[in-house]
Ligand binder design. Structure first.
Ligand SMILES: Nc1ncnc2c1ncn2[C@@H]1O[C@H](COP(=O)(O)OP(=O)(O)O)[C@@H](O)[C@H]1O
Ligand SMILES: [Mg+2]
Length: 305
């Protein structure tokens, strides 16, 4: 167990779609479970790919209260525990179709917080709040409203060593709440030229979020994903290692077996076939354990839920 009751939280993020956020989040969670850690997996993507992949479509389609209510209605913030679903390798806080409204609602909540915090803006917080569904001027305070996931997790994380957050494939308030809650990011990136822009934007966005909220976001590392053996892959690997020279850059190769495990609703650790990339996910999990102070002697302690 960790030394304090707060679990270690990591947000897997990159605003570009298809970089492997969901695949890597599920397999890192699976690897942590393999090392004997208790993991809560949080699906912050309104499209719910992880939720669906893990076989939890019922949760995605469930009626309120949903993850949307927990994030946007302060009176329901303590209900996250009611939404958690058990899965073979990890517990899951599933996405829900209502999360499609969350970006709009969280944007308004954040604006309400900002105008309340700065009277010189001379904007009526009630008028702004009336554009939202759940937000009221009374329900937000402080310079921002990005702490909603942080608060929701505080009530349920005692049971977990780790919270792994899978984020949406776009940059916005939902992603901000995920990064704010975790304050640690793992960044999947494809080894193709289009990734450069995405990484540069991510670095700018981290700086903006840190400036707005006063937190410091720690990079756990980068996962170069779907790596093949072309020149472009080699060049991009070199670029990633240069930009992230202080951080680990792990390499996950392109493997159909990763897609098969995902379709079966599992990480590679629970899949029927062996996947050579499992070792990379175990390396990432070991680095997390080292960073967060989990005993290294438990490397061989394999537990299954
Ligand atoms: N290393 C890999 N090898 C083969 N396919 C992969 C790999 N990583 C991801 N994929 C596939 O690429 C697609 C996008 O990955 P996904 O994890 O959903 O990305 P994101 O969550 O960033 O949008 C999925 O179909 C997934 O199965
Ligand atoms: Mg995804």
């Amino acid at each position: 167990m960790s030394s304090d009751t707060r679990s270690a939280r990591v947000c897997v993020t990159n605003a570009k779609g298809g970089t492997g956020k969901t695949t890597i989040a599920i397999n890192v969670a699976g690897a942590l479970n393999e090392r004997g850690r208790d993991v809560l997996f949080v699906d912050l993507d309104p499209q719910g790919n992880a939720t669906e992949g893990l076989g939890l479509l019922d949760a995605y389609d469930r009626a309120p209260p949903t993850f949307f209510d927990v994030l946007t209605d302060h009176r329901q913030r303590d209900r996250a525990g009611e939404l958690v679903v058990e899965h073979g390798e990890m517990d899951v806080l599933p996405s829900n179709i209502d999360l499609l409204q969350a970006e709009h609602e969280l944007t308004i909540a954040d604006l309400v917080a900002r105008v309340k915090d700065d009277p010189e803006l001379a904007v009526d917080p009630s008028a702004l709040a009336s554009l939202g569904i759940n937000v009221t001027p009374e329900s937000v305070s402080g310079p921002h409203a990005l702490d909603v996931l942080d608060e929701a997790l505080a009530g349920i994380e005692d049971e977990y060593d780790y919270v792994i957050i899978d984020s949406p494939p776009f940059y916005g308030k939902l992603t901000d709440t995920g990064i704010y809650a975790a304050q640690h990011i793992l960044v999947p990136a494809l080894t193709e030229a289009t990734s450069e822009r995405a990484i540069e934007l991510l670095i700018d966005q981290m700086a903006a979020l840190e400036g707005q909220t006063g937190i410091t976001v720690e990079t756990m590392g980068v996962v170069a994903n779907r790596v093949e053996k072309t020149n472009e892959d080699r060049q991009m690997l070199a670029w990633l290692n240069e930009v992230f020279d202080e951080f680990p850059v792990w390499e996950v190769r392109k493997r159909v077996a990763l897609q098969r495990a995902f379709k079966a609703g599992k990480s590679v650790f629970a899949a029927d076939e062996q996947v050579d990339m499992a070792d990379v996910f175990l390396d990432i999990a070991a680095a997390f354990d080292e960073r967060f102070g989990f005993a290294s002697d438990s490397t061989h302690e394999v537990t299954h839920d």
